[in-house]
Design a protein. Structure first.
Length: 196
């Protein structure tokens, strides 16, 4: 759970200072970066095992390969096919396709969950959709500098961020990261018991 300074919505000292609000913005951006880094690492570490021992993960990987073969194959895909270790290179391309430059919303998280062979009963679509306000805040901060009207001239008014909202959103994201790790470990253990 994220612990932020005690100044908050009902603080008798009044509104947060600009610096404090910027710290809340930073917490959102860093939480998003942590989510990206953790899930990217999880995919890189777990997919090789899961693709060999989890039918759902294997099916999603085969679907990705078929999509690549049906489209004009990228340079990276062609290079992976002729690499001495094509499977490893193809998995790297798959991880990149799943995560892109960053995870931008709950649909991206659903693709990661499905790629890892984690059943929806363990990480529900509704739980992931519940992260939408966090992703909206992250995008407002990262892409619009949290300006109320980023296209306006001469106006520098920024959105207010409250400690309670930021804390709750970041905690929710971190709980989902934990759920991804715990459930991926469960799938890897189950896949390790299957002999291909």
């Amino acid at each position: 759970m994220i612990r932020l300074k005690s100044a908050g919505d009902t603080d008798p000292r009044g509104r947060l200072s600009h610096d404090q609000t910027d710290q809340l913005r930073a917490a959102t951006v860093f939480t998003s970066a942590g989510l990206d880094a953790c899930l990217r690492r999880l995919l890189k570490d777990a997919l090789p095992t899961l693709i060999n021992g989890n039918s759902a993960a294997e099916g999603k990987f085969k679907q990705f390969i078929n999509e690549q073969l049906n489209e004009k194959a990228s340079k990276a895909f062609r290079a992976a096919v002729i690499d001495p270790d094509p499977r490893t290179k193809l998995i790297d391309i798959y991880v990149e396709a799943l995560t892109g430059s960053s995870l931008q919303g709950h649909k991206d998280l659903q693709r990661v969950r499905n790629a890892l062979g984690i059943p929806e009963s363990d990480i529900s679509d509704s739980a992931l959709a519940g992260l939408s306000p966090f992703f909206a805040a992250r995008n407002e901060i990262a892409h619009e500098l949290d300006l109320v009207d980023p296209t306006g001239r001469g106006s520098s008014s920024r959105r207010d961020r409250t400690m309670t909202a930021v804390r709750d959103q970041c905690d929710e994201v971190l709980q989902q990261v934990k759920a991804f790790v715990v459930n991926a470990v469960k799938q890897v253990k189950a896949a390790g018991k299957v002999t291909p």
